[in-house]
Design a binder for this molecule. Structure first.
Ligand code: TAP
Length: 451
């Protein structure tokens, strides 16, 4: 039996030892999920909806426990972790409305009656990264189950605890065991079985662009459906006509939330040259004021990085000469990294184009609206971004010109479960959340009846 020690990133202590799923066990779980499909499909739409609502209620009753587990396993602040558990509940409630509303169409054709059906795909494999273990799991399993699929879910090796708890809550709510299974294990073992085993009809993958490309290539061999949510290098564009105080006060929360380990982190701040110096003056106290420390404390705003390896990766990006100012962070133990502001020499520098995935933000000046758009688009990613301006026309022009899937004006909000979420370019393929996700978990079938 192979096991994995789950580490608390704030203390470096072992929290729990988890048994890792082998390739054979993964294939057996996939076979059970496949065998469970006919019975799950036969559950009447209203009953499937009620099961999902019961699952949502079980999550709701367990929010504090789930949140504390995430604090210990992932180092998320308790405030964020409560929001994350609440998001799973909300997403389950949202998709619980779907089974009774997945209506097809009746299309006028000559010679008969033509109708469409939204059929489930079959077994769906969901592969989750370590940075948001709960919400990203829910965005996969909730619409997949609602649409009549069965689900096998692999949490990241580093962060399996909340996913394992969610599987218990699903069981308590009455979701049959084989309909939703959580398989902790390695991506190269369990994740690869999701890609390679033909009984899995779709893979939903969130993680790095590098691994996403391998998954897409692997799925291509079987024309397996795939949704990819990958990395991001997201610009926060601040125009001179914006509410500069508000833009500077909120900028740290647009990037340092979850210690910057967020694919939507606004880790490139572009500021119009005429207000650039003033913006940095306002940004400095905001960055120094970020409360970094014990993630279990309600007052804490930023916790540690996930692991020693990731700490080394973030550190490798930061050229000390480019640091203009930074906030504080505890000494070890724990994988602490202070909120850090850098000014790279130009927009081609890796700090301006690559996803650091830590609490490091690059700030650069721009001259005109066209410059700002060109700089924001100077990356292979296209996930998210913010635009700060009081000019509605400019807000719309820039929103349309920036090549990214999720933009916000005078805000850093990227995720609302009612609306589609996903990336342009190498940030991904397909959309999660909102009504769009349901389509991604069904096949459209057309039936013609000659009359
Ligand atoms: P990855 O290394 O890509 O891992 C993501 C998941 O894929 C993990 O569960 C991992 O398992 C598994 N995996 C690794 N290699 C695999 C393979 N060959 N076949 C199948 N599965 C495999 O990313 P990460 O380091 O966990 O997460 C950070 C990255 O995710 C960042 O780039 C970030 O931007 C991106 N991300 C994107 C989004 C969205 S929504 N676009 C959201 C969150 C994160 P192990 O546990 O064994 O590594």
């Amino acid at each position: 039996m192979t096991t994995f020690d789950v580490i608390n990133p704030a203390t470096e202590e072992v929290v729990r030892t988890v048994e890792l799923t082998t390739a054979e066990q993964a294939d057996a779980a996939i076979a059970r999920a496949h065998a469970a499909l006919p019975a799950w499909r036969k559950v009447a739409p209203g009953d499937r909806a009620r099961l999902l609502r019961r699952f949502a209620e079980a999550v709701d009753a367990d929010i504090e426990n789930l949140a504390r587990l995430e604090v210990t396993n992932s180092g998320h602040t308790i405030g964020n972790a409560r929001w994350e558990a609440g998001n799973v509940r909300d997403v389950l409630h949202y998709y619980a409305a779907a089974p009774e509303r997945l209506a097809g169409k009746q299309i006028p054709v000559p010679g008969g009656l033509d109708v469409t059906f939204h059929e489930p795909l079959g077994v769906v494999g969901v592969i989750v990264p370590w940075n948001f273990p709960m919400p990203i799991a829910g965005w996969g399993f909730a619409p997949a189950l609602a649409a009549g699929n069965t689900v096998v879910l692999k949490p990241a090796e580093l962060t399996p605890l909340t996913a394992l708890r969610l599987a218990e809550l699903a069981r308590e709510a009455g979701i049959p065991d084989d309909v939703f299974q959580v398989l902790p294990g390695k991506g190269s073992v369990v994740g690869q079985r999701f890609v390679g085993n033909p009984a899995v009809r779709k893979v939903v993958f969130t993680g790095s662009t590098e691994v996403g490309k391998q998954i897409m290539a692997g799925c291509a061999a079987q024309v397996k459906r795939v949704t990819l949510e990958l990395g991001g290098k997201n610009a926060n564009i601040v125009f001179a006509d914006s509410d500069l105080e508000q833009a500077a006060a909120t900028a740290p929360y647009g990037v340092f939330d979850n210690a910057g380990q967020d694919c939507c982190a606004r880790s490139l701040i572009l500021v119009q040259r005429t207000v650039y110096d003033r913006f940095l003056e306002l940004l400095e106290p905001a960055v120094r004021g970020v409360v970094v420390g014990d993630p279990g404390d309600d007052a804490t705003e930023m916790g540690p990085l996930i692991s020693a390896g990731h700490h080394a990766s973030v550190s490798s990006y930061v050229d000390e000469a480019a640091v203009v100012f930074r906030g504080g962070a505890p000494e070890g133990p724990g994988f602490w990294f202070p909120p850090t502001v850098v000014t790279p020499p130009d927009i081609r520098h890796p700090l301006a184009t690559e996803e650091v995935f830590g609490p490091v933000v690059a700030v650069l000046p721009f001259e005109s609206e066209a410059d700002a758009v060109a700089m924001a688009n100077n990356t292979e990613y296209g996930l998210s971004g913010s635009i700060w301006t009081r000019d509605v026309g400019r807000a719309l022009r820039v929103s349309r010109a920036v090549e990214a899937g999720n933009l916000s004006v005078n805000s850093h909000s990227s995720v609302r479960y009612w609306t589609p979420f996903g990336g342009f370019k190498q940030s991904g393929l397909g959309r999660e959340l909102g009504p769009d996700a349901l389509e991604a978990f069904t096949e459209t079938k057309n039936v013609f009846i000659s009359v």
